[in-house]
Design a protein around this ligand. Structure first.
Ligand code: FAD
Length: 405
């Protein structure tokens, strides 16, 4: 019997209360879980999404000049996980794209992450050669070394390199990005982008990399177009769900919801900020369109030391779209404030120890409920790339939903 006929019959007998699962948020976390439940378990899912579109922060669309842009900043898919790549490839074919980023340092646009090409472009040849020889000998070809380790090196040339990269690439970028100095943040922030002892200018070395051929939103449409999935856009979960701490129960439109809820939003909001607000950093994107084939020489150029924005992204480099127009976005970091328009998107958890401790309190509170599962970058309060979100969604489905019965 087709799923549509089954649903029609179910609705005749059960009225409209026939959701087995509720998912809050239609980004990758929520959409992957919903797709798996609908397809593999043949159960009904309601997705509640407060925005007017699916796709979460990966949403893309054609602007008024016909250019495909990423509304919430550039998204490049890359992963070392074959299962994640294969899963996503069920919903898209790919543009073979290898991401390269330039950074403006001392008035030169040079490759980042800092590599041997960057070294030779910024240092006089004899100095660069001396540093390269030491890097090759002490660390080795194609290896990566953290800036913090270089800074602590007892070799004065390697220390010079560490100090240079720290000062010119990270220090001011971080001030703009986080509104705080690097010394206040967890060391992981600097560790994320090490010096690469190689001539490989690619931003990522992952085996699988690409841009979805027809955009990200098309992927989400394909994933979610299943008769078992119903999506309510423009709906905040608080409008339809009531979380009762005392009873450890969820109420959906006044009635107890006994199925599982997969929550991919902000955990402090879920529990009405009972332990205080979890801080996030937000971003403002200023999009500009000009009549020119290209505006800049790479998809992304970073500006650590000049201008108020951190980077400029030009989307046609990613999508290979042909047009006489081009659109680029300037990216301005700012503090998150839910009550102020254009500051009200929580993009990045702020990497402080005290914030993670606060998050833990919220996570533990969910354990009082038998049926709340936290998933994704907001709900787990972690910087997670798309592939890791998809990987944990697949894992949660396999271990926390399918096998849990
Ligand atoms: C600027 C930027 C660039 C990035 N670039 C890359 C990249 O190049 N490559 C990469 O792999 N990753 C990148 N990422 C990470 C990527 O965006 C995330 O991995 C991915 O979006 C996480 O998916 P998610 O479903 O966890 O969260 P989201 O995409 O944020 O989805 C959560 C959804 O929940 C909804 N929601 C929240 N609260 C409520 C509520 N109260 N009621 C109802 N709905 C609610 C939100 O509206 C949202 O749609 C980037 C992130 C940023 C910020």
């Amino acid at each position: 019997m087709s799923s549509y006929i089954k649903l029609f019959i179910q609705s005749l007998f059960k009225g409209l209360r026939m959701y087995d699962f509720i998912v809050v948020g239609a980004g990758f976390a929520g959409s992957v879980v919903a797709e798996r439940i609908a397809n593999l378990l043949d159960k009904r899912v309601l997705i509640i999404e407060k925005r007017n579109h699916i796709g979460g922060n990966c949403f893309d669309y054609f602007n008024e000049s016909g250019i495909l842009i990423h509304k919430y900043g550039p998204h490049i898919f890359h992963t070392i996980y074959k299962d994640v790549w294969n899963y996503l490839s069920n919903f898209t074919s790919w543009i073979d794209y290898k991401h390269k980023v330039l950074v403006l340092i001392n008035e030169k646009k040079v490759p980042i992450p800092f590599n041997l090409n960057t070294l030779y472009k910024l240092f006089p040849e004899p100095v660069a050669r001396k540093i390269e020889t030491k890097l090759q000998k002490k660390i080795g070809e194609d290896k990566k070394i953290s800036i913090l380790k270089l800074k602590k090196s007892d070799d004065k040339d390697l220390k010079l390199l560490g100090d240079f990269v720290y000062d010119k690439v990270f220090k001011n970028y971080s001030l703009k990005q986080w509104g705080r100095g690097l010394d206040e943040l967890e060391p992981a922030v600097v560790e994320r982008v090490p010096v690469f002892i190689s001539r490989d200018d690619r931003y990522f070395q992952d085996r699988f990399q690409g841009i979805p051929k027809h955009g990200y939103t098309k992927i989400f449409k394909k994933m979610l177009s299943h008769p078992n999935i119903e999506i309510k856009l423009n709906t905040d979960f608080k409008d339809v769900l009531n979380i009762d701490f005392q009873k450890g129960k969820i109420f959906f439109k006044e009635e107890e919801f006994a199925g599982k809820m997969i929550f991919t939003g902000e955990p402090d909001e879920l529990f009405n900020y009972r332990f205080g607000k979890l801080p996030y950093r937000s971003l403002k994107f200023v999009f500009k369109t000009i009549e020119k084939e290209f505006f800049q020489e790479a998809a992304v150029i970073n500006y650590p030391n000049d201008f108020d924005y951190t980077r400029i992204t030009e989307y046609k480099h990613l999508t290979r779209q042909k047009s006489k127009f081009t659109t680029f976005s300037e990216e301005y970091p700012q503090d998150y404030d839910k009550t102020v328009s254009r500051k009200d998107v929580p993009f990045y958890p702020i990497p402080y120890k005290s914030n993670h401790e606060l998050y833990e309190k919220y996570r533990k509170l969910t354990l009082k409920f038998k049926n709340i599962l936290l998933l994704g970058r907001l709900a787990e309060y972690k910087y997670l790339n798309m592939d890791l979100v998809i990987k944990s969604a697949l894992k949660l489905f396999a271990e926390g939903i399918r096998n849990a019965g």
